[in-house]
Write a protein that binds this ligand. Structure first.
Ligand SMILES: Cc1ncc(COP(=O)(O)O)c(C=O)c1O
Length: 478
């Protein structure tokens, strides 16, 4: 990888040059480079919308790139050392759907991590494949679902040697990693491709102390949300193909099907900038960053009333804090927000903070943040206590009780939560964030999931799906 090369931002430069020429727009979008927007939106939107062009002469086309977009994607490919790399404008969601639909056919058996994002589950459903869900190892006293153990994958492969793909998430939302390299070796020995949702690990290519990246560990197709930890706009993501086990033609065809035919130029330009930011990150930047975030981690650990979860080889950009008086993560989140501190997510036990991938010259309000976190901790209610539960069913792997093909024809009904154990769920129930389905159509409802759902509802967690949960009901198949 050539650092000088990585300084280049061909797509961003091209768009800036186009905007600087003060073009007269007789084309879409209708805001005409920001000239027609309400006065009150001028301050924030005006400059940005100058970049919001479309597939004009010289600006290339994401769906058939041959100019600056091709060049920008080429620089991404060189940075990661892949066979092929792509810009995504519809988030990792579109990437996960495309990598699955390009690899898995109807009735194929796929091994998939149980605590995967809904986009993975939706991809399998759209492919009408048969998922076998691999249970994750739990960490921190069973309060956080991590990665899948090698033994779980081996046991599943013994039982389902005909599996067509293994679909894993690495790292998890909290930055925790597992032995992905060993799983890849095992899968490849059986000629099975490994698809990895690395939405939270786009920066791992920087090397230690960050965990190894899924690309370097040999995964075949990898999807990364550039917008999560790089300075890219929301919805900006990357997809990488590293091996011949994945069909480039099929992935490209699905990306064209699933992504907008009017991809956002500001998002694509920000992906070009984010790649350059990463590609020009120096050892000095890294040393300075680690020093600053380690200090912040230590200061957070010293805050009375809080505990910081240990890194254990995970991503140093993730800082997970927990009230040590037994209060819930939601309560801590509420107190932090009162102080103006907005974390990434809360779960029943923790609040997750995503730290910035600073370069040496960037400043950050760490000192102010620590003061506010300290103030929030003093306001935790000493009397409130959250119940301790296991996050998921503990069987090493489970398959669907009803395949997708049959579900379409089946009738549904609603039952009270207390009566749902042992029934087959007919709807998605997704705590959001993190967006990992707790219940899905076709899954037999277990006691653990119901207890977890009750805990989430009692604590006011945000939930997508579960249309009748407000009335204490779940939709099941008759
Ligand atoms: C593990 C994981 N995969 C995929 C996604 C979807 O990413 P995006 O928001 O970029 O579509 C998320 C979003 O939170 C995620 O946490």
């Amino acid at each position: 990888m050539n650092v000088l090369d990585q300084k280049r931002t061909p797509l961003y430069d091209c768009i800036v040059k186009h905007a600087a020429g003060a073009p007269v727009s007789f084309h879409v979008p209708g805001h005409k480079y920001g000239e027609i927007i309400p006065d009150r939106a001028q301050k924030y939107f005006r400059e940005l919308l100058k970049m919001d062009a479309t597939e004009l002469t010289g600006l290339d086309d994401l769906h058939s790139p041959e100019g600056p977009i091709l060049e920008a994607q080429g620089l991404l490919k060189r940075l990661y050392g892949t066979e092929q790399s792509y810009f995504l404008v519809n988030g990792s969601t579109a990437g996960n759907l495309a990598m699955i639909l390009a690899t898995v056919k109807e009735n194929d058996i796929v091994l998939v991590q149980r605590n995967s994002h809904k986009s993975i589950m939706n991809g399998i459903r759209m492919a009408k494949a048969h998922p076998v869900f691999l249970s994750p190892e739990t960490q921190h006293g069973g309060t956080v679902a991590g990665g899948v153990a090698l033994q779980t994958v081996e046991a599943a492969l013994e039982k389902y040697p005909e599996a067509k793909a293994i679909i894993l998430t690495y790292p998890n939302y909290y930055g925790m990693v597992n032995d992905l390299g060993a799983i890849v070796t095992t899968a490849h020995a059986r000629k099975i491709p490994v698809l990895v949702d690395e939405a939270h690990g786009v920066h791992f290519t920087l090397g230690q102390p960050f965990p190894a990246s899924a690309v370097s560990l040999g995964a075949d197709c990898i999807v990364q949300s550039a917008h999560k930890t790089l300075p890219a706009m929301t919805m900006g993501a990357y997809l990488h193909i590293t091996s011949k086990r994945i069909s480039i033609t099929a992935v490209e065809s699905w990306l064209q099907t699933l992504q907008s035919s009017s991809p956002s130029y500001p998002i694509m330009a920000s992906l070009d900038l984010a790649r350059s930011y990463l590609g020009t990150y120096t050892q000095r930047d890294l040393e300075e960053l680690i020093q600053r975030i380690s200090k912040f981690r230590m200061e957070a650990a010293d805050v009375k009333g809080l505990e910081v979860l240990p890194l254990d080889g995970g991503d140093p950009l993730k800082l997970t804090i927990k009230p040590n008086g037994g209060q819930s993560g939601y309560e801590l989140q509420a107190r932090l927000e009162e102080e103006g501190i907005y974390g990434e997510l809360a779960d029943p036990y923790h609040v997750l903070l995503v730290l910035p991938l600073l370069k040496k010259e960037n400043r950050w309000r760490f000192a102010e943040a620590i003061e506010k976190i300290r103030a929030a901790a003093t306001k935790l209610n000493p009397a409130s206590k959250v119940q301790q539960l296991q996050p998921f069913q503990q069987k090493p792997f489970i398959s669907m009780a009803i395949p997708y093909q049959e579900m379409e024809e089946m009738e549904k009904t609603a039952v009270a939560l207390e009566e749902a154990e042992g029934e087959v769920c007919a709807e998605m129930v997704i705590p959001y964030p993190p967006g990992i389905p707790l219940l899905m159509p076709g899954i037999r409802i277990g006691r653990e999931e119901l207890a977890q759902l009750r805990l989430l509802l009692d604590n006011g967690a945000k939930i997508q799906g579960g249309s009748l949960l407000g009335k204490g009901l779940l939709t099941i198949f008759k």
